[in-house]
Write a protein that binds this ligand. Structure first.
Ligand code: FAD
Length: 564
């Protein structure tokens, strides 16, 4: 069995940034389901926030303003010291990328260009046209190649081996050989991304199944705030491919079927650049009240920006609209509808990425620090991945020599054997339920009952039905023989996590009798700080998931009413 000092699971921005931070001192390996540059980070479009104050209208911007906007955007559920730290580090993180050669878009004077994003009010979002994730991930991957970091790609981690509060190693399904294998290490960082694929209408890659978060839960690691799921206001009607907020940052308008810029009813001053929770609810309300277009969408109108600006600043959006919707935004508005986009909740960590298992860390979208609280601002996730990827690396480096316990390889071997036996049992079952039937039902259920607007009746029904699906999962069967590139095994094993995460999301949403950020209860429409200014915590006790609550750090800014 191969051994490393540190294993990073995830080849997206958070994982690669953690690996780059450790690789000069330690023997580090990156494990990823896909080649690192195919991670979902590569699809990020609109940009990354940092108070550089480069744009003429944003000269007064400061990290403090960035922090305040983030806290307000989070509906006061973010932990404020963590937000302050992230925003303080933001400019340095952008310059680090610039020095590594990241080709950001530029102002005429040569400085990095910035555009406004929702909930900011300042041009604070640095970008590379509408392909920011692509350039950042490729830039970071160059560093991985330069430092010759070992990458185990096309390996799916299926189990964390932990015992008595200590992490020892991982069990991996090797897609190329069609076999399980073990890896041991002293420290581990999970950077496995979100669980958007619990929903049918998601902007996320198909690989975003939350398997890392679910596995962590089963290994005794605590999760936080799963009921806060972000719905992006503008996804392409029908396909739910993301149409970046950068389009509205460039000045695009949202129109209903009367040709009205309806945001004036919902956020009269910020208009289209209100935070995502508010814009998504506004669009859904227009659709629900009959002011949308046939089939359920509104229009995003870019025409007044002109062809040159659209082609220069939003070339990817134009191409997506033409290729997948047969609409050229130069000539016609883009049909858009809200869709699942981001997981605010995840593995509960402190600012250094540390979890309740002392040698197990998490960073990026799979983690919940929490800097996004109940609603993330656009452009803050790319920032989160690189800030907390780096801080996790620094924390591990600082604790490496003090942590003197060695991983127990025999325990990891036993973990490998138990996974082999599990797959043998699944294959020998004959007529069980195929996994995709359960997954499809789950995705429909989450979309219909745990969506933008929620209520007691729907949520209780969702919890009940997810419980039934979990029981059906006990009889799930593997139809094809294990072997190289058998994705049925991967999909089947990952469904276990998707079911648990969906259940915790629905249970947390049912319990939380208030509306805060992305969590909007029609039966409890107000935020209720007296009873609910708290993080939801989920952990396994025996076979059961138990929910509890923890304090929010409100040490910097007093919670206020949130208007835009
Ligand atoms: C379409 C789209 C556009 C976006 N645009 C923006 C934007 O403009 N600005 C912004 O701030 N945010 C944006 N976001 C959000 C942001 O891109 C993501 O939150 C962020 O990139 C997540 O990075 P990550 O490193 O945490 O995870 P990811 O990039 O999702 O990477 C996860 C990694 O984990 C690996 N992995 C997962 N499970 C396993 C397993 N079981 N075994 C082995 N490997 C595993 C995967 O292979 C992958 O390498 C966007 C998101 C989407 C979906």
């Amino acid at each position: 069995m191969n051994k490393h000092d540190v294993i990073v699971v995830g080849g997206g921005l958070a994982g690669l940034r953690a690996a780059v931070g450790l690789c000069r001192q330690y023997n580090v390996a990156v494990v990823s389901k896909v080649h690192p540059v195919r991670s979902h980070s590569v699809a990020a479009q609109g940009g990354v926030n940092a108070a550089l104050g480069n744009a003429p209208e944003g000269r007064d911007d400061t990290p403090e303003r960035h922090a305040f906007d983030t806290v307000k955007g989070s509906d006061y559920l973010a932990d404020q010291s963590a937000v302050v730290e992230m925003c303080r580090m933001a400019p340095e993180m952008i310059y680090e990328f610039e020095h590594w050669g990241a080709p950001f878009s530029r102002l005429p004077d040569g400085r990095i260009a910035q555009r406004p994003f929702g909930g900011g009010g300042f041009p604070r979002t640095c970008y590379a046209a509408d392909r920011t994730g692509h350039l950042m991930l490729h830039t970071l991957y160059e560093q991985i190649v330069k430092h010759q970091v070992r990458v185990y790609d096309e390996r799916v981690v299926t189990r964390i081996v932990a015992d008595d509060g200590q992490y020892h190693g991982l069990v991996l399904w090797n897609l190329k050989t069609g076999r399980f294998e073990g890896l041991a290490s002293k420290f581990c960082v999970f950077a496995t991304g979100g669980y958007g694929r619990a929903y049918r209408n998601s902007t996320n890659a198909l690989i975003n199944t939350g398997s890392g978060i679910g596995m962590a839960l089963r290994a005794g690691i605590t999760l936080k705030d799963l009921e806060f799921v972000q719905f992006h206001p503008t996804t392409q009607f029908g396909t739910n491919i993301l149409i970046t907020e950068g389009a509205r940052g460039e000045g695009a308008h949202l129109l209903n079927n009367q040709g009205l810029r309806f945001m004036e009813r919902y956020a009269a001053s910020a208009m289209e650049l209100a935070p995502r929770d508010i814009v998504a609810r506004a669009i859904q309300t227009e659709i629900d009240q009959g002011r949308g277009f046939q089939g359920g969408y509104v229009q995003l109108d870019l025409r007044h920006l002109g062809k040159e600006r659209i082609c220069k600043r939003l070339p990817g959006i134009r191409q997506i609209s033409i290729d997948f919707g047969d609409v050229d935004p130069v000539d016609e508005p883009i049909p858009v509808q809200p869709g699942q986009h981001y997981s605010m909740g995840g593995i509960d960590t402190d600012v250094t990425g540390r979890t309740n298992v002392p040698n197990f860390y998490a960073a990026g979208e799979c983690a919940c620090v929490s800097v996004h609280g109940a609603n993330r601002l656009g452009g803050n996730s790319l920032l989160d991945t690189v800030v907390f990827g780096r801080l996790a690396a620094e924390a591990i480096a600082g604790r490496f020599s003090d942590f003197d316990r060695k991983p127990d390889a025999a325990l990891v071997e036993a973990g490998v054997r138990s996974q082999i036996e599990r797959v043998e049992r699944l294959s020998g079952r004959g007529d069980g339920v195929p996994h995709h039937e359960i997954r499809n039902r789950l995705q429909t259920l989450c979309t219909e009952k745990v969506g933008i607007f929620r209520n007691q009746e729907d949520l209780a029904e969702a919890v009940r039905q997810i419980g039934l699906l979990r029981r059906q999962y006990q009889d799930v069967t593997l139809k094809t023989a294990p072997g190289p590139f058998n994705f049925e095994i991967v999909n089947l094993l990952e469904l276990e996590s998707l079911l648990s995460l969906a259940e915790i999301t629905a249970r947390g949403a049912l319990a939380r009798q208030e509306s805060r950020g992305s969590h909007s209860r029609t039966d409890f429409p107000e935020r209720n700080d007296a009873e609910w200014l708290s993080h939801s915590i989920a952990r396994m006790e025996g076979d059961e998931v138990v929910l509890s609550y923890a304090d929010v750090d409100v040490s910097r800014y007093e919670p206020q009413q949130r208007t835009y």
